[in-house]
Design a protein around this ligand. Structure first.
Ligand code: FPP
Ligand code: MG
Length: 278
């Protein structure tokens, strides 16, 4: 009986993915994987079990993105602010980064199978030394992969990333009049491997805030989705609903449509005229 359910589930998911794949596919999707602790607490489980379930969701959702040939995925794994959480929780997350997360980059595992290149973004020096080594090793192990970029934000805040970009720019001795948004964008650590513009940002758990994540990258044509399920509950069906909504927007004059692109171009012209005092 269980086998029949598995078979139907696999068939339906294949069908759903092929329907989605027949429409436009976003190039870059980002996730704020929120709600792990509330998920655990509501079930009288330990906080770390919530994060463990969150890790399972991450693998599932990543696989959906990879099967749809999304070129770049950015995940908010650990905020710089998260260091102020109880040591037991912080240690648990570090343990996961060192262990099961690292394993994803090994031969035959998810990142290898789908040729995903890992890019760690954030103030890595704040991590324990063995975790620094482990995440750098993930970058090294996946260096030759070409099908998708996985930006892992850990430990990250957007303002810290923007500060890094400004520091890099100033250190290059560039004439201040030549500092442009394009130059600052190219010096963002998240742009190291040439991430495409961010099409979709998803935050789970009903919280409607960006919490210092990708503030610079969300500036223009990013569609932001705040959805109710906790991250451990988020899977292929929720992801498909979002992608269908984004595709509908592309077809019918919403986000990313030709009409919207023309409007954005007009906005840019207006902004430039304003800068020039016209
Ligand atoms: C936010 O939920 C989640 C995190 C701070 C951790 C995200 C980590 C994972 C999804 C697992 C993958 C882990 C690694 C190390 C690769 P929350 O803790 O803020 O939950 P709450 O909003 O219910 O309090
Ligand atoms: Mg939270």
């Amino acid at each position: 009986m269980v086998n029949i359910f598995n078979w139907i589930y696999t068939l339906l998911s294949r069908l759903l993915l092929s329907v989605l794949a027949s429409g436009p596919i976003p190039k870059h999707v980002a996730f704020v994987m929120d709600g792990n602790r509330r998920f655990a607490k509501l079930r009288n489980r330990r906080v770390i079990e919530g994060h463990e379930q969150g890790f399972e969701s991450l693998k599932n959702v990543l696989e959906v993105c990879l099967r749809l040939h999304i070129e770049c995925v950015t995940i908010f794994v650990f905020s710089i602010e998260n260091f102020s959480r109880p040591p037991e929780e912080v240690n648990g997350l570090m343990e996961m980064a060192r262990g099961r997360f690292h394993e994803l980059a090994l031969q035959g595992q998810l990142l290898d199978r789908y040729s995903v290149r890992v890019n760690i973004i954030g103030n890595v020096s704040l991590l324990p030394e063995d975790v620094q080594k482990s995440v750098r090793e993930m970058e090294e192990l996946t260096r030759h992969n070409t099908r998708c970029i996985l930006n892992v934000c850990m430990p990250y805040t957007s303002r810290d990333e923007i500060t890094t970009s400004i520091r890099t720019t100033v250190a290059s001795d560039v004439d201040p009049s030549l500092i442009t948004p394009t130059l600052l964008t190219s010096n963002l650590p998240s742009n190291l491997l040439g991430s495409p513009p961010l099409d979709i940002l998803i935050r789970t758990s009903g919280v409607k805030r960006l919490s210092d994540f990708l503030l610079w990258q969300c500036s223009q044509s990013t569609q932001i989705y705040f959805v109710q399920p906790f991250w451990p509950e988020f899977g292929m069906w929720e992801m498909s609903k979002i992608l269908l909504s984004w595709q509908r927007g592309r077809w019918f004059g919403g986000q990313g449509s030709t009409r919207e692109k023309e409007e954005l171009e007009d906005e840019e012209v207006d902004e430039k005229s304003e800068l020039l005092g016209r």
